[in-house]
Design a binder for this molecule. Structure first.
Ligand code: NAD
Length: 282
């Protein structure tokens, strides 16, 4: 039976240690603060935003929310981001995706000051990640790297397979694993022979968005299986991209959904806000 990775507990540990750092910053009159912009009323986004505000409260990070309606124009969104960029009380800014289709999410991401880009989506920060420079690392891949580190999972020389090539998970995940000397293969919707490729992996990261896409026959005995997916199964329950029940007896390590990668993503967002606050006064 695999070791079931406890992302919830690890995230709690990280938040506790961040709280200490925030308390120290407050003694120096630095009050870390996050501004979140949400456009429209996507129901999943509401849950994510609520979880982020709860985490901020726990860590002692100040929090401000901007709820814009569906009819918001790109100009209005850019103006708001500019205003927040110029507000020295704000250390981190994020635009919760998705935003309505008439708006350009990439333009929103690149309008956020790279120094306040706590999601790590600004092209400059993405470039710095590729170059191995100090930057804000996208929170989900960053959280996964933290899991691998905390559980002493060896990465160097291992075959890692990332399924999914999105800008926010798959691509930065490739960079993170490669920077730790894994041999990384990225699979996507056009990949041929995906099961054969995944079968060769010591570490599998599934970020597809399809319930139970990764099945037991694709997994090598003892592999590390990291499940990023958040889906609703046929039974209406939350489930990942991995067929957990049938893989748990074969894998070496596995993350559950919920309680695996999700809480770690938010913990690393908190980490990035504290980093932004510290670096602003350096
Ligand atoms: P996305 O839709 O942007 O990307 C999905 C990727 O999966 C694409 O690159 C696509 O090529 C690939 N894909 C689709 N069908 C495929 C197939 N049949 N075979 C192989 N690859 C296929 O999604 P995303 O934003 O990367 O998110 C992926 C999942 O992770 C979603 O369920 C999302 O909700 C979840 N997510 C969770 C967290 C977290 O904190 N736990 C964070 C971000 C995203």
């Amino acid at each position: 039976m695999a070791c079931i990775i406890d992302g919830k507990e690890l995230a709690k540990k990280i938040r506790t240690s961040l709280k200490k750092e925030v308390d120290e910053l407050k003694e120096q009159n630095i009050f870390p603060k996050l501004a979140v912009i949400m456009v429209g009323d996507d129901p999943s986004s509401k849950i994510y935003v609520r979880n982020k505000s709860k985490a901020c409260e726990e860590v002692g990070i100040e929090y401000e929310e901007y709820l814009l309606n569906d009819e918001t124009t790109m100009e209005e969104l850019v103006d708001l981001i500019d205003k927040l960029n110029n507000d020295d009380k704000i250390h981190g800014i994020l635009v919760q995706s998705p935003i309505p289709k008439h708006l350009d999410i990439n333009k929103a991401f690149r309008t956020i000051s790279e120094k306040k880009d706590v999601d790590g989506f600004h092209p400059t920060n993405v470039g710095k990640l590729c170059l191995g420079q100090n930057t804000f690392v996208s929170c989900t891949p960053f959280g996964i790297m933290k899991i691998l580190e905390e559980y002493n999972i060896e990465i160097e020389g291992k075959n890692a397979v990332v399924i999914g090539r999105s800008n926010i998970v798959g691509k930065p995940m490739l960079q993170c694993l490669m920077s730790k000397n894994a041999t990384v293969t990225v699979c996507h919707s056009k990949t041929k022979n995906l099961p054969e490729i995944v079968k060769n992996a010591d570490i599998v990261v599934a970020a597809i968005g399809k319930a139970k896409f990764v099945t037991e026959d694709m997994i090598k005995e003892g592999a590390v299986v990291i499940d990023v997916g958040i889906n609703r199964g046929e039974d209406g329950k939350l489930c990942g991209d991995v067929d957990f029940e049938n893989i748990v007896n074969k894998a070496g390590y596995i993350t559950p959904v919920p309680g695996g990668v999700g809480p770690m993503t938010i913990a690393m967002l908190m980490n990035n806000i504290v980093k932004a606050a510290k670096e602003m006064y350096r």
